[in-house]
Design a protein around this ligand. Structure first.
Ligand SMILES: [Zn+2]
Length: 172
């Protein structure tokens, strides 16, 4: 289902993070994701020139991730689901990067969010912007499904509530 990558030489401590993350995905997040999405899987990246060695969904632990576009809170970007073909909004393979130096509860919640994006990008979609709000809201909802004790979604509420006069599609 997933394959976790980390910089073993430069960040050896991420081995324990990767192991804990893998245990959560295998025993919790993947089970709930497949249940919620009726066994819809992320698109295989096997045909891509770089595919992580197999057809599994690649998740890379990146220390201090946050300088690029992605999902986050006021603390900066925590995770990103990267479409392997940026011209496509649906039926597209993805990979995931997540900031590794987070508290474990926040890390696994962020990965659950990104894994929902990976499944949503497996559906047909022709126009990215039209579905951006729904995509983001569904991924944030799944944080609560996967780890209800560690739900951070409310941190984004002011971004909507402080600008209630704007259309829903105004926010990503
Ligand atoms: Zn998101």
């Amino acid at each position: 289902m997933v394959k976790i990558h980390w910089a073993a030489k430069d960040v050896p401590d991420d081995l324990s993070t990767a192991s804990a993350l893998k245990a959560d995905i295998d025993n919790n997040t993947w089970v709930k994701l497949m249940s919620a999405m009726k066994d819809k899987h992320p698109v295989s990246d096997y045909a891509m020139p770089t595919n992580g060695g197999d057809n599994r969904l690649d998740i890379t632990l990146v220390p201090n991730l946050g300088e690029q576009e992605g999902d986050g809170t006021e603390k900066g970007y925590l995770g990103i689901t990267n479409r392997r073909d940026r011209s496509k909004c649906g039926n597209v393979a993805v990979d995931i990067s997540v900031r590794s130096n987070l508290p474990l509860a926040e890390l696994i919640s962020t990965v659950a969010h990104e894994m929902m994006h990976a499944v949503l990008f497996a559906f047909s979609s022709g126009y990215c912007a039209e579905y951006q709000s729904l995509n983001e809201a569904t991924a944030t909802w799944f944080e609560d499904v996967a780890h209800p004790a560690y739900y951070y979604g409310h941190l984004a509420a002011p971004a909507f509530l402080n600008t209630a006069s704007l259309p829903l599609e105004d926010k990503g």
